[in-house]
Design a protein around this ligand. Structure first.
Ligand SMILES: *[C@@H]1O[C@H](CO)[C@@H](O)[C@H](O)[C@H]1NC(C)=O
Ligand SMILES: *[C@@H]1O[C@H](CO)[C@@H](O)[C@H](O)[C@H]1NC(C)=O
Ligand SMILES: *[C@@H]1O[C@H](CO)[C@@H](O)[C@H](O)[C@H]1NC(C)=O
Ligand SMILES: *[C@@H]1O[C@H](CO)[C@@H](O)[C@H](O)[C@H]1NC(C)=O
Length: 242
């Protein structure tokens, strides 16, 4: 059997023989496109929850190290409740928390990871009792150089920073349902729950780390993400040969 390089040489020879009359030979690299699969990382949180703030501060050191290897999303805990007139959702830390969740969801939707993540860190820096207020939303948008009106984030969350924009409210409801679908339990309000590539790897709840078999330090999460990334992108998957 002829190897592909032999065939290539024959083709080059044939095209050289045809000399000036033939178009230039274009050699296509068959495997030149390296598709890089990102690791899905999900944080199940509530914007005003002290455990979530702790989790997000640990993750701040993770995100900066593995930003290009992850697809990070935050999913919010709450209860769909038609008696809640503004959001249709009960948030454990009150309606201001619902507004804070909306701010973060809208910024996540309309900005890049780096800006969105800094926006969340900025929210937390102001203290959890101020999260969800228009002042914090607008001031953090400014600090992180988010174009509140132009990016779409403001339209989504409410230009005035109220967190009651129509799109934002529907994002919150979708998010709460998504959290339920991920089995991040609603009854016991486990915020934060960390899910790496579909596996719940760690929970921060009641001021303690729980069920964190592979550890809960930034280095432990980085290691788990690196492992998943290598697994998802290893030659064994066969993706490159499809
Ligand atoms: C990132 O994850 C979200 C939520 O799971 C998903 O909807 C989205 O398509 C993913 N994006 C990429 C680029 O994989
Ligand atoms: C639903 O919302 C109403 C109005 O705020 C509240 O009184 C009630 O406790 C909520 N129900 C649940 C299950 O959280
Ligand atoms: C959630 O739990 C249900 C019931 O145990 C199960 O059928 C479903 O596959 C689980 N979903 C996820 C995303 O783990
Ligand atoms: C995939 O295979 C190539 C060529 O054999 C090798 O250089 C590369 O390190 C492999 N990548 C992984 C992630 O195993």
């Amino acid at each position: 059997m002829l190897s592909s390089s032999t065939i290539l040489l024959l083709m080059v020879a044939a095209s050289l023989a045809q000399a000036a009359h033939s178009p230039p030979l274009v050699v296509q690299e068959p495997f030149s496109t390296i598709s890089d699969v990102k690791v899905p990382v999900v944080l199940g949180v509530m914007s005003r929850c002290p455990d979530a703030l702790m989790c997000e501060s640990v993750f701040d050191r993770v995100v900066h190290r593995v930003a290009d290897k992850i697809n990070l999303t935050m999913t919010y805990l709450g209860k769909i409740n038609s008696s809640e007139s503004t959001f249709g959702v009960t948030c454990m830390h009150g309606q201001d928390e619902c507004a804070g969740n909306v701010h973060q969801l809208c910024v996540a939707k309309y900005t890049q990871l780096s800006q969105w993540w800094e926006f969340v860190q900025c929210n937390n820096y102001h203290g959890r009792d101020k999260i969800g207020t228009p002042e914090v939303a607008l001031s953090c948008a400014k600090t992180t150089e988010i174009d509140w009106e132009g990016s779409g984030a403001g339209q989504c969350a409410g230009i005035d920073g109220s967190g009651t924009g129509e799109e934002g409210i529907s994002l919150l409801r979708e998010s709460v349902k998504n959290t339920q679908a991920l089995n991040i339990t609603q009854v016991e309000w486990k915020s934060c729950t960390i899910v790496i590539n579909g596996n719940q790897v760690c929970i921060r709840d009641d001021g303690q780390w729980k069920s964190c078999e592979a550890g809960h330090a930034p280095a432990d999460f980085i290691k788990q993400i690196d492992e998943e990334y290598n697994r998802l992108n290893s030659n064994e998957t066969g993706d490159e040969f499809e």
